[in-house]
Design a protein around this ligand. Sequence first.
Ligand code: FAD
Length: 708
Amino acid sequence: MGAVAGHGVGAPAEAPELASTVQGDGQAERTQGKHAEAILKLEPPQAAFTLKYRGEAKRMQGKYAEAIVHFDRALKLAPQDADALKFRGEAKRMQGKYAEAIVDFDQALKLAPQDADALKCRGEAKCEQGKHAEAMVDFEKALKLEPGSLESQPDSEAMWFYNRYFDLRSLSGQISPSSRWAIVGAGPVGLCLALSLAEYQMDAGFAEPREPLITVYESRWLVPSEGGGWKRNPDPAVRARDQVVTVQDAVVQLFSEAVQTCFEGERVWLHSRNVPVAEIEDKLLCKAQEAPFSRYIRIEKSERLTRRKDQAEFIQALPADFIVAADGAASLSRRAFPSKFVCPHSRGFSTEEQRIRLAETENGYAHADHVLGIILQQDARPPQEQSLNVIFTLAQNVYLLNSQKGSKGFLNIRVTKEEYDEIYRATGQRGCSFGSPIQLKLEESLDADDVNAFHKVKLPWLRRRIEEGLKLFGMRTEHMLGITGFQLMPAYVQHFCHVMQGEGRSDQQRVLLLAGDAAISHHFWPGRGLNTGLKSVKAIVRMLKSPTVAEGLRRYNSFMTKLRVREMQGRSGSMMPKSLQLDWGSQLLTNSGNGHQQMLLDCWHSAKTTDDLIPAAKTSEATNRDSFLRTCKLWRDFLERQPGWSHDAVTDDLLQTRIMTAVAKPKALELHMMVRSAFDNGPGRASGWPTSRQGGREVDPADDQHWA
Ligand SMILES: Cc1cc2nc3c(=O)[nH]c(=O)nc-3n(C[C@H](O)[C@H](O)[C@H](O)COP(=O)(O)OP(=O)(O)OC[C@H]3O[C@@H](n4cnc5c(N)ncnc54)[C@H](O)[C@@H]3O)c2cc1C
């Protein structure tokens, strides 16, 4: 919570009960709800101050959008109310709208320049924007107005950010090209960083270092190769890396030609290429072990640790000046240093993960998205044109195919929470996360046209959902290699480096940086995880050109914060609103004991005009088919207008045949789900992916404005 919510200083005398509830201890948290309820009953309902405190009560409940509506109305009646402006700014900050929040704080401070609380709020918003130096000016002004006010609020975000800033300021000296680097994790981000650092050292004139100054530690997927060095462990059980990722051309072009060759792939989407992530890693690993890179980089297999304490000791003992944790979303390195990368008092903080869970920062987000990943087997020939695959994927939010040649990669299927829980129960699986997905066994093959097939297997709805997805992209069950399932919970850190002063055996000052998924992990539907990770690599290399270590880290931190706001709140957030969640709950689940299944089938045969999924699917089949065809045509027209779209034209006839007539046409039920899942992007724009919420300028490490 921010300064306003965490402490009473923000609440003036008009609402003494509000002020008395927010003294910042556990009691306040417990009573806050009751007082918020009382405030919601304040009279008269249309008075400016009632609206203001109702808004504040909503804000305390995490209902930011509703709070802002109240503040807007209060400010219409009393535009000079500095508190209402401050409260609205805080609600906007919690929504991740930092620039808008700062406009409100600026205005509040014009009206009440002595308001130390507003200064702290603005400082926090500036930290969240990566403008740490400006934030410190605000914090210091606040301290002058209320000496000791930060220290008296040790559990405020302002205090936490303030301390992180002082950690950075304590660093002395310049970044030397002969610094030693340790990179934990040989995923695409760790390996790409090693190559980029080596190139930096070569450019700095280190023709023949006595020994490599860059070491990459990987604990999972390496085995010794016959000719010396390391290669991927061929045992698929060791590390399933079947996803095909879309990497943006603009991101790949940030790197040297040598590195770019590791990202060659098929052109499927606009301005990008599709590459299996395992192929990227294999090429990067090979390159790191070839001359000239092998003289600069050492690869080591590290012990697979599981306890935070052991990982902290491992990191503290590494012989390096800079350590980069690129050990993925579940990063043990991040978790080994509690409260260093995330303020434990921030909304959405997860103690277990040591990250902020995006979904928990805003009341309007769903807790998690639930996805099945169908691992596909590559066909000799693409089962369907990639142009159609892209169009069908963009036109809805249930199925996502990201593949090479139309069949290597993953078919992803979003399911509801209830469906996901049912899969758990039926398969006897325990909780799983993105990092360790569940693995399902395949059922025996089914006749896809047989509606009574619902009866035949344990999870008939699941079988059918998968088959329909495969069919949409021209495939059959024979293309399936396996099924995984995971919860998607986008998450991030607030601070991207930790100064290790005299920690462990060394009394030297060293720095631990976070990069890649360890720092920011996405909702992968809009496909930007690796792109973000590669930008963090480029930012680390750019950091090396800063005049001092402190300045370099400040800039890295600031850049990463801007990138996080763009990618998390901007892109991953677009997939998380409750309004975009699939809404058929448990309607299709098997419940053989009480005849529920039979009821569903009866329902299917005698459709009623209710909003229930099955009857609605039946009655609206013709409309749905027209609507899906129209949407696909809009996407086709949009894509074919774009420079760089590299596919043959998709004719109306082809679309018509696939959606309306051919055997491959989607069944009424799944078609209904797809149409229902589509996001309305506004008049004249194709519905489907929430692209109207995802647009905007990219944050680019080569852009001086983003680097400032
Ligand atoms: C289905 C799916 C589709 C995706 N699609 C896209 C897409 O289209 N576009 C896109 O940009 N991104 C996409 N992503 C995301 C992308 O795959 C990740 O963002 C990317 O792999 C992150 O790279 P990383 O190197 O940071 O982490 P990882 O790839 O997770 O690598 C981390 C490495 O660290 C190692 N490691 C872990 N712990 C330790 C330890 N304690 N010590 C030493 N080593 C350790 C691991 O073995 C691993 O090699 C997708 C992801 C999925 C699952």
